[in-house]
Design a protein around this ligand. Structure first.
Ligand code: AP5
Length: 222
């Protein structure tokens, strides 16, 4: 593909739709999706050393210690596919120390997207979320029900998606967000995430087209 590979960060409260939008971004732009939540859940399933350390924090809706997560992200960012295709960082940085680590390594995004969704809606989205362990696809019991009975039967609920844990994850997000955002003010773009999936994606797509106009097929302006 023409031009420099895109570097995108996507942020937002728990259940603001980061994973859902990343799926659509990857489909169109081919970026390497690096989701710390997904990477950590894979480590937990594999019962690896990292997984053993991370499990309790995650199940309780707490942040996993910075060193563990930062090492995981830095090692993923250093792989060859990332240089070729660009990256889409989802769920990282999530603390001031994590943002500082990236700054020290001179890892900066072309754009920092924040999905904004009201608290009441976030709680409903979390409590209704289901995941397909086979494809990794994210569903919602009301908003995005599974396509077939077979998929429906194998869906799982995340241990940290109870009302109580969502509240504490949300508090952590609110406590940290301002200082992280201040690191990326020059490339900050807030998006109203309280619309349907396709409408939210259209907004993101427009922003990405502006910074990389030759990568999409439906670009109408330079
Ligand atoms: P992580 O997996 O990153 O969780 P999160 O930030 O809480 O985000 P979610 O995955 O809950 O939500 P999302 O924004 O991706 O929303 P989704 O698209 O699924 O992290 C999990 C844990 O890992 C953390 O708590 C922590 O312990 C650890 N961790 C991760 N990163 C870390 C870090 N950097 N440092 C330390 N610890 C870290 O959508 C949610 C639901 O809404 C779905 O059901 C979906 O179908 C539905 N939905 C989505 N979009 C829409 C829409 N537009 N309209 C209606 N419904 C929608």
């Amino acid at each position: 593909s023409a031009g420099r590979p895109l570097k995108v960060m996507i942020s937002g409260a728990p259940a603001s739709g980061k994973g859902t939008q990343c799926e659509l971004i990857v489909k169109k732009y081919g970026l390497v999706h690096i989701s710390t939540g997904d990477l950590l859940r894979a480590e937990v399933s594999a019962v690896s050393e990292i997984g053993k350390k991370a499990r309790e924090y995650m199940e309780n809706g707490l942040l996993v210690p910075d060193e563990i997560v930062t090492e995981m992200v830095v090692s993923r960012l250093s792989r060859e596919d990332v240089k070729e295709k660009g990256w889409l960082l989802d769920g990282y940085p999530r603390s001031p120390a994590q943002a500082e680590s990236l700054e020290r390594l001179r890892v900066r995004p072309d754009i920092y997207i924040v999905l904004e969704v009201p608290d009441e809606i976030l709680i409903d989205r979390c409590v209704g979320r289901r995941m397909d362990p086979v494809t990794g696809k994210i569903y919602h019991v009301k908003n995005f029900p599974p396509e077939t009975e077979e998929i429906k039967a194998r869906l799982i609920t995340r241990a940290d998606d109870t009302q109580e844990k969502v509240k504490s994850r949300l508090e952590t997000y609110k406590r940290n967000t301002e200082s992280i955002v201040s690191t990326y003010l020059d490339v900050l773009n807030k998006i109203d995430g309280n619309y349907g999936r396709e409408i939210v994606f259209r907004e993101i797509d427009t922003l990405l087209q502006q910074i990389q106009p030759d990568s999409g097929e439906d670009s109408t302006q330079g």
